[in-house]
Design a protein around this ligand. Sequence first.
Ligand code: PMP
Length: 436
Amino acid sequence: MSKHRPTSELLYEEALQHIVGGVNSPSRSFKAVGGGAPVFMKRAEGAYFWDVDDNRYIDYLAAYGPIITGHAHPHITEAIVRAAQNGTLYGTPTELEIKLAHMLKEAIPSMDKVRFVNSGTEAVMTTIRVARAYTKRNKIIKFAGCYHGHSDLVLVAAGSGPSTLGIPDSAGIPTSIANEVITVPFNDLAALEQALQRWGDDTAAVMVEPIVGNFGMVMPHEGFLEGLCKLTREAGALVIYDEVISAFRFHYGSSQTYHAFADHAAIEPDLTALGKIIGGGLPIGAYGGRRHIMEQVAPLGPAYQAGTMAGNPASISAGIACLEVLQEAGIYDRMDRLASKLADGLHAAAKKNGIPLTINQIRGSFSAHFCDHPVTNYDEALDTDGERFGKFFRLMLDQGVNLAPSKYEAWFLTIAHTDEDIEATIEAAERAMAAL
Ligand code: PMP
């Protein structure tokens, strides 16, 4: 059953000659799972990938989140083709942008106004600029292990990619910038309160993944988001939610309207950053928030942000089509059911082999940690068995199951996964756990 990947190995050698590290994003390298050639894929459809040696894989990476509809969904593909036939880039406004903005606003009521950009990184970066412009303060408070893209300010004690590679702090970030960022543990209101007591007067914003996706999937403790919003506002700072992963992942909407949170009004942020799913698999980001805050942005206000590719018709069309697919009834419940079935199967396989496993499932996605304690913050996620994960990852890959090559990343179900896929994955996991 073991897959042979000679062409991937050859291509990796070639890629290393031309592309730094052979990959265009460090999270794609196999450095954190024992090294060697990553798999070069050539085609994807539904829940499956085919590599350059024609091996098939069931995919739980979902391109790190965006591909919630499964690969090459016909409704999205059709929208992209139509957009391309009408010209890929105008540099003028289009009606399509209004439609997607409207769909986002309807689903995320805290956003009175929206602006489209090209990536989650850009969206987050700009929310910080807007918060600084609005509050006329400089400092940002963030939470250890939350990842907010690769811009300077938020790459201080960041999450999945950098921590996987053991560089919580990137080179090339001036100390003067790192000094503007305060990091506190997730789910720890007392630590936030202390930070705000000390730096509150100069704090522009508190930035958080309201449901974490970057040191595994982690729910905030009950009352954490309410407390965070209250303390932040008392200090005169803005609340920024990075919902690049979480929006449209658990239900049709954001974490702000997720049913697990009783008092939606009490946890609404001032600004929200979006990306991934809202582009249906093409490059996109967006940010939005309260009207008076968003009106800080050029051309209305003094905070500058622009983009040649921003709001391009292909990304916007793919995003509209993706959200249309996600409006179909029952889709999220189905992903939840399949994820539960898979999580149960993984648990059983681990138990049978005496392997400690903690699974954090939130609807159709989960993280699986090789440890015997809960994972509710970054320190607990660090304290899990990465070497065992690396072995498990390779055993699954060799049986045709594609996971993210990092112990911190989530498993994402898509609407294309079937009961048969889940059963095949559980069988592979049983063999992998027995071999560990
Ligand atoms: N915020 C979060 C929560 C993310 O998970 C990511 C990417 N994994 C980003 C921001 C950055 O998005 P992008 O890779 O599109 O720049």
